[in-house]
Write a protein that binds this ligand. Structure first.
Ligand code: SF4
Length: 328
């Protein structure tokens, strides 16, 4: 069978594509908790969590978040620190703040009913083209194709070099199954996540092998990311079942309002650390030294009882340190 040509995507080819992809998906789809029903609230939460985060890292957070906020009404009524605390560990906290703001809009302007149209969805805080198409197709069967990193990779390999920007979206729209748009979109993303892998695509098991122009022989442009290295040091003052924590400034560009251990200035770093760990945030790799002992005298900050620590929105690094120190 000949590989498909994007300029000549005819009816027979698109039918073949849909049929192969969907029957493969029906047999191979992963059993993920957000696939158990098509509740738009649950679909939305999963889509926001999965942005820039792996499925394996999202699973436990997704369950915990939904236990805490089972409905859009509960989320809208929550205070922001409680939402951030439930989000803690997923990073990119702006997503949680936007979600909280969007929940309020849904309750106030849509009477608590999740809108299904692309235009209304895109007017919600934090909902862009991809997320609106994902929610409307998965939860409402709307014929809207999605393009994320996985779909781009699959289409880029199937059609060969030449696709870019808007043409990814046009091609995904042309291939989309209008009978099962939600399943089709999830199948495209699933194919990229489990078969058409970034480094070594598993072409021998691929349902669209016969339609693919490159079949694993396309060099992916290598992204060169220059990681910065940084040393950082924190005081872990743990007394009488409480820990001393400080809150980041409300207007900080990074993790505003989140709670963390007090940082120790460079001049206090000569004594050996109680323990060391590594942590990465976007393009910076941190070597983190943790000193057990008295916290520096600070104007802000407070003692937090161990049993209440997880109710605060902690930075991911603070959570990691407190886990390693067996405080939480
Ligand atoms: S044949 Fe290989 S390169 Fe082509 S879509 Fe399938 S896994 Fe990707």
């Amino acid at each position: 069978m000949r590989p498909v040509n994007r300029q000549k995507l005819d009816g027979l080819t698109t039918r073949r594509w849909r049929q192969r992809l969907l029957s493969w998906y029906d047999r191979n789809r992963r059993d993920l908790p957000w696939r158990q029903d098509r509740d738009p609230y649950r679909v939305w939460i999963s889509e926001i969590m999965l942005q820039q985060t792996r499925v394996s890292a999202v699973l436990e957070h997704y369950r915990r978040f939904l236990r805490r906020f089972p409905t859009v009404q509960k989320l809208a009524a929550a205070r922001e620190p409680a939402v951030l605390a439930a989000w803690s560990g997923l990073g990119y906290y702006r997503r949680a703040r936007m979600m909280h703001a969007a929940a309020k809009v849904i309750v106030k302007q849509h009477g608590g009913r999740f809108p299904g149209g692309i235009v209304e969805l895109r007017s919600l805080p934090g909902v862009g083209r991809y997320t609106a198409a994902a929610i409307s197709s998965i939860a409402f069967d709307a014929p809207a194709a999605v393009v994320d990193g996985n779909v781009e990779r699959v289409l880029g390999r199937v059609f060969g070099p030449g696709l870019a920007g808007e043409s990814f979206w046009q091609t995904a729209e042309a291939l989309l199954s209008h009978k099962r748009p939600g399943d089709f979109n999830q199948a495209m993303m699933e194919l990229g996540a489990t078969v058409c892998l970034p480094r070594q695509p598993r072409c021998s098991t691929c349902p669209v092998f016969g339609l693919c122009a490159t079949r694993g022989h396309l060099e992916q442009p290598k992204k060169v990311i220059h990681q910065k290295q940084r040393d950082i040091c924190y005081a872990l003052d743990h007394r009488n079942s409480s820990v001393f924590l400080v809150q980041r400034p409300k207007h900080s560009s990074l993790m505003p309002g989140m709670w963390e251990l007090p940082e120790i200035p460079a001049t206090n770093r000569s004594s050996p650390a109680s323990f060391t760990l590594r942590h990465s945030i976007t393009v910076t790799d941190y070597t983190v030294r943790v000193m057990r002992g008295p916290a520096p005298v600070l104007n802000q900050g407070r003692w937090v009882a161990r049993k209440n620590i997880l109710m605060l929105p902690l930075t991911g690094l603070t959570r990691k340190i407190l886990r390693q120190a067996h405080v939480i």
